[in-house]
Design a protein around this ligand. Structure first.
Ligand SMILES: Nc1ncnc2c1ncn2[C@@H]1O[C@H](COP(=O)(O)OP(=O)(O)OP(=O)(O)O)[C@@H](O)[C@H]1O
Length: 471
């Protein structure tokens, strides 16, 4: 019995690959009141999984409220190889891809778009926090994009709750993704733990910079990263890292990227976002022109095929796989095999980097967390020497240059060895001979063979295919 077919799903194609498995697009073979949509995303998580049960429990709770900015969970089941998590399908992929593909009109010509997206992120995070749920891995890959029911609005959905927790104080350090982690979350400084709520607020501040500049400010939030060290001394050094950063944007960052966790506030962040007129200083003229000519309309943007590329299965794998900490994964024999292909990140980074962002492939060592945030490499390529630390209160240092390109190193997930996997919710009787159907049909019903290699989606999909062959 093929479990997906038995459950009423037919797999169309892989969508993307995360750290714990492959996400596929499936359509419903038959509709009922429960399954109103024709298409669903199914996250296939290879067993054993240290995150599955927590993720499903949290998704289940969140889905009771059907908040528009939180991904909707439909159901979960399993067979002997995989756990399956069925989610609403977000046809426009994730924010990471949009940023890298330059699908989003940048900050200067679509300021309202950035504002709209970011306010939705704030809304989703506020809702989650009001339920006592903290995400701990907020990053552009985990913001999916969909359309409102009337088709007029772009809707952001927060997804991937694999690292979410309910603890108001967490002691799981190094959980999340380096570039998005709050400093107190990155490594243990004292025995006091950290607030996952405040850590989420930091992460969305980094996401805002991604949205506006397609760059990350810090490789990791530690003073070994010279940009972060400068930032701790004086947050205004961000004006050097992002020379066109506007004062309005800086005011938003002051509310969410405070080094002191207690000073971060979602409410203040929201207020500051609402007050933004210009995200960058170089867009003021253009903004006026755009705003005069045309009202902002997300649906125009979304349906323009030349602008947006929806989720494509031929795209590159994710740049931000979330991992268990190396020691924990190796001990458990859980090191995801997709770790090895991460070296291809280097080539892709150079492709997607803007011309003024001279990060060379060699500059980004994804297997080693000791790389710097790229400024040193940038300076080397620009034939100028590395700057000495900036004096406090200097608004512009002599080394103004772009921040490193948005590159996404490994996420490090906390050790969840303690988790046990209950099976009460699943289909215990459907564990044999279950497999994925890999035949797909185009819109006209023509069968189409899926070739995993073409999609660049490595191991899991190959396993699924072989498994299907052997069935
Ligand atoms: N509901 C969905 N609709 C469309 N695409 C989706 C959906 N869910 C996931 N995806 C795609 O699959 C990717 C991986 O999903 P997800 O982040 O849930 O997996 P993961 O294994 O937990 O990844 P991570 O490495 O971030 O921990 C997403 O970034 C997105 O591109």
């Amino acid at each position: 019995m093929k479990i997906l077919q038995k459950k009423g799903y037919k797999v169309e194609r892989p969508l993307n690959k995360g750290s714990y498995g492959t996400v596929v697009l499936a359509h419903r073979l038959f509709r009922t009141t429960r399954y109103k949509d024709s298409k669903y995303a199914i996250k296939c998580i290879k067993k054993p999984s240290p995150i599955f049960l927590d993720e499903v429990n949290i998704l289940r709770e969140l889905s009771r409220y059907r908040h528009r900015n939180i991904i909707h969970f439909v159901e979960s089941f399993e067979d002997h190889v995989y756990y399956y998590v069925v989610l609403e399908y977000c046809p426009f992929g994730d924010l990471y891809e949009c940023i890298l593909n330059d699908d989003f009109p940048n900050a200067k010509n679509q300021p309202e778009m950035i504002k709209d997206i970011f306010l939705q992120v704030v809304d989703g995070v506020s809702h989650m926090h009001s339920l006592g749920i903290y995400h701990r891995d907020l990053k552009p890959e985990n913001f999916l994009l969909s359309l409102s029911d009337d088709g007029n609005d772009l809707v952001v959905k927060i997804s991937d709750f694999g690292l979410a927790c309910r603890d108001t104080t967490s002691h799981e350090y190094g959980t999340g993704s380096d570039r998005y982690m709050a400093p107190e979350q990155f490594e243990e400084v004292d025995d006091m733990g950290y607030s996952p709520r405040a850590a989420d607020i930091w992460a969305i501040g980094i996401c805002l910079l991604n949205l506006i500049f397609a760059r990350n400010p810090f490789a990791y939030p530690n003073e070994r990263d010279p940009i972060f060290a400068d930032y701790v001394l004086d947050p205004m050094t961000l004006f050097d890292v992002f020379p066109t950063l506007s004062q309005d944007t800086y005011e938003v960052l002051r509310a969410c990227l405070c080094v002191t966790p207690e000073k971060r506030s979602l409410e203040k962040t929201r207020e500051a976002v609402i007050a933004v007129n210009n995200w960058t200083t170089d867009g003021e003229e253009l903004e006026t022109i755009v705003n005069e000519d045309e009202d902002f309309c997300p649906s125009n943007f979304l349906f323009d095929e030349n602008i947006i590329r929806c989720t494509q299965s031929d795209r590159e794998p994710l740049r931000t796989p979330s991992l268990l900490t190396p020691a924990a994964t190796m001990q458990r024999g859980l090191l995801p095999s997709k770790l090895q292909p991460l070296s291809d990140l280097d080539e892709n980074v150079s492709v997607v980097s803007s011309p003024q962002s001279p990060i060379s492939p060699a500059a980004v060592n994804t297997s080693d967390r000791s790389y710097d945030s790229g400024l040193g490499e940038s300076l080397k390529n620009m034939h100028i020497s590395k700057p000495t630390p900036m004096p406090v209160n200097t608004k512009r240092s002599p080394y103004s240059c772009s921040a490193p390109a948005i590159v996404f190193p490994n996420s490090i997930k906390g050790n969840k060895d303690h988790l046990k996997f209950g099976r009460s919710w699943c289909d215990m009787d459907e564990e044999e001979e279950d497999n994925l159907s890999i035949g797909s049909h185009d819109d006209f019903g023509a069968a189409d063979e899926i070739n995993a290699k073409d999609f660049g989606l490595a191991d899991d999909w190959n396993v699924l295919s072989q498994w299907n062959d052997n069935a």
